[in-house]
Design a protein around this ligand. Structure first.
Ligand code: SIN
Ligand code: CO
Length: 381
């Protein structure tokens, strides 16, 4: 287990003073840091078809980006090169442990763990991210500069898949050593170049924008075949100008649309689906012999059984009209409120014992739902 110490701040003080506000250097955030993998293992992941990876090189300030999967690593030179692998928490349980100390921020805001390996002078260049990120220094050392958001900074594409930003004044300029962590809020320009071969672990967050939310919500309305009410005007009056859309008419159209957002059941099911949707592939291995409900009920009675949640699983819940809406990897399940203890255990923790789950009386629906989740390989024991 990794134990996070945020300088002399409590987690709440960090949230009050730094989260989404200003960057912070967390010196020795993880004391005696031990890397969960090495560069060779990372390269192995970058050879896999289902795993998103890139190599960025910057020889003589000439930037190139190559996309994986890679069959060999000639592109990764002894200098000026970086290998980046996305969503490693989906594939590597030991590396996934690095997300756990950051769960003082709600699960639905956490996205994934990206890992990079850079050779001296290697980096992705100065850039902005739209999301908060914690960058943990593993093996090696890396020189980082971080600035404050500045709308005047010009962004430009070094090449088709590498967006960078012009030079910026730094408020943090430091060499990270193993166990040091940088917190960078959205929009803060930053750049990091390895001083010696370096592994970096980036905990990324999600923050959907209005465009994605609305288009996603529209897709949900279509899926559910909702939204069939049509505009009506039974009290229409004669008017002077036929060309005008009157303000009250514009308002009526807006209300017709807002009624969809105000439909709590539709909104909550959509929210659960969309926020629990993984963006990357899952390493799902369903059991060869599927469980039935009786077997799961028996397992739940065996105090020694431990249930583990598959890395990258997004498990969230909402309480709505005295029921629980559990959302797991884009699927919704309705459960009675009496299952709240069990649902909290499953969504708050990556591993849970049968004893804990059984500490409150669970419904038959819970057993059925949990059977489905185990049969899909999302939890396993
Ligand atoms: C990296 O590890 O090279 C990139 C991390 C970042 O800047 O977001
Ligand atoms: Co970045």
């Amino acid at each position: 287990m990794y134990q996070l110490v945020i300088n002399n701040l409590s987690e709440q003080e960090f949230l009050n003073d730094f989260w989404q506000k200003k960057p912070l250097l967390i010196t020795q955030g993880f004391a005696d840091f031990v890397d969960p993998l090495d560069a060779n293992e990372l390269a192995g992941l970058a050879m896999e078809e289902n795993i998103e990876s890139r190599i960025i090189t910057n020889h003589n300030n000439d930037w190139h980006a190559y996309h994986g999967p890679f069959e060999s690593f000639e592109l990764l030179k002894e200098q000026h090169s970086t290998l980046l692998v996305q969503a490693v928490d989906h594939w590597h349980p030991a590396a996934a442990q690095l997300l756990e100390p950051f769960r003082f921020i709600p699960n639905w805001r956490i996205d994934d763990l990206m890992i990079s390996f850079s050779t001296p002078q290697g980096g992705v260049g100065p850039h902005l991210d739209q999301y908060d990120v914690f960058i943990i220094q593993g093996e090696g050392k890396r020189h980082w500069r971080v600035g404050m958001p500045d709308n005047n900074l010009k962004q430009f594409a070094q090449n088709k898949s590498l967006l960078q930003v012009e030079q910026f004044p730094a408020v943090i300029d430091c060499i990270l050593e193993p166990g040091d962590i940088l917190y960078i809020p959205p929009g803060c320009p930053h750049e990091g170049y390895a001083v010696e071969n370096a592994l970096n672990y980036s905990i990324g967050f999600r923050a959907p924008n209005q465009r994605d939310l609305l288009s996603n919500f529209a897709d949900h309305i279509i899926d559910k075949e909702a939204g069939n009410n049509r505009y009506q005007d039974p009290h229409i009056m004669l008017r002077d100008s036929k060309g005008e859309i009157q303000p009250t008419e514009a308002d009526s159209v807006k209300q017709l649309m807002q009624a969809m957002l105000n439909n709590e059941a539709l909104f909550k099911t959509w929210l659960g689906t969309t926020l629990s949707q993984p963006k990357h592939e899952m390493d799902l291995i369903p059991p060869e012999d599927l469980f039935d409900n009786e077997q799961i009920a028996e397992l739940l009675n065996d105090n020694d059984v431990v249930f583990e949640r598959l890395g990258g699983t997004r498990a969230l819940y909402q309480v709505y009209e005295n029921e629980i809406l559990l959302s797991v990897n884009g699927e919704n399940y309705n459960l009675p409120i009496s299952d709240l203890n069990a649902v909290k255990l499953l969504t708050d923790h990556t591993s849970v014992t049968a004893e804990q789950l059984n500490s409150s009386k669970n419904s038959l629906v819970f057993v059925q739902t949990f059977t489905t989740l185990l049969n899909e390989g999302i939890w396993f024991c």
